[in-house]
Design a protein around this ligand. Structure first.
Ligand code: SME
Length: 154
């Protein structure tokens, strides 16, 4: 699988979605569906939106199985840790992570990338995989790029 070819193509498509005339939620939803469809090991793709008044993350558009984790306080789970530490977190085997909020036993690994706007965390992109250790440096760089592009609509 040629990740760089797939990722370069997806960056172009995400830019097109961000620049079109639909509203933010619809754009985010289409990005979730696109990433889930085009990357075989992305099994759940979703955005969390920051609720600044409460230091919590609220579930936004997602593609995949429904999750009970619709509100996550900063510091809790992998999503909450990424918001608190202000950087991407990659967990290649979630069974080894103590501070983890499980959505489904099928999930084996996870990557969470914060979305920054004017140095504030306005949201996150969260991806679960049913494979162990599928995320490489390429995934991380790709998803950080996607979050930079998406920051424009926050
Ligand atoms: N596993 C996440 C919770 C969100 S779900 O993956 C959709 C966490 O530990 O923060």
């Amino acid at each position: 699988m040629d990740k760089s070819k797939i990722f370069n193509n997806l960056i172009k498509k995400v830019k097109e979605i961000v620049d079109d005339s639909s509203d933010r939620n619809e754009k985010l939803m289409r990005i979730c569906m696109l990433l889930k469809r085009e990357v075989p090991y992305y099994d759940w793709v979703g955005f969390y939106i920051t609720d600044e008044s409460k230091n919590e993350l609220l579930l936004g558009p997602f593609s995949g199985e429904p999750t009970e984790h619709v509100r996550i306080p900063f510091g809790k789970g992998i999503c909450g840790q990424a918001a608190e530490k202000r950087h991407t977190i990659v967990v290649q085997d979630v069974s080894k992570e103590k501070n983890y909020l499980s959505c489904s036993p099928a999930v084996k690994s996870e990557i969470v990338v914060p979305i920054f706007k004017n140095e504030k965390i306005v949201g996150e992109l969260d991806i679960d995989s049913h494979s162990y250790a599928p995320f490489t440096r390429e995934d991380r760089q790709f998803l950080e790029k996607i979050c930079n592009i998406v920051a424009k609509i926050f």
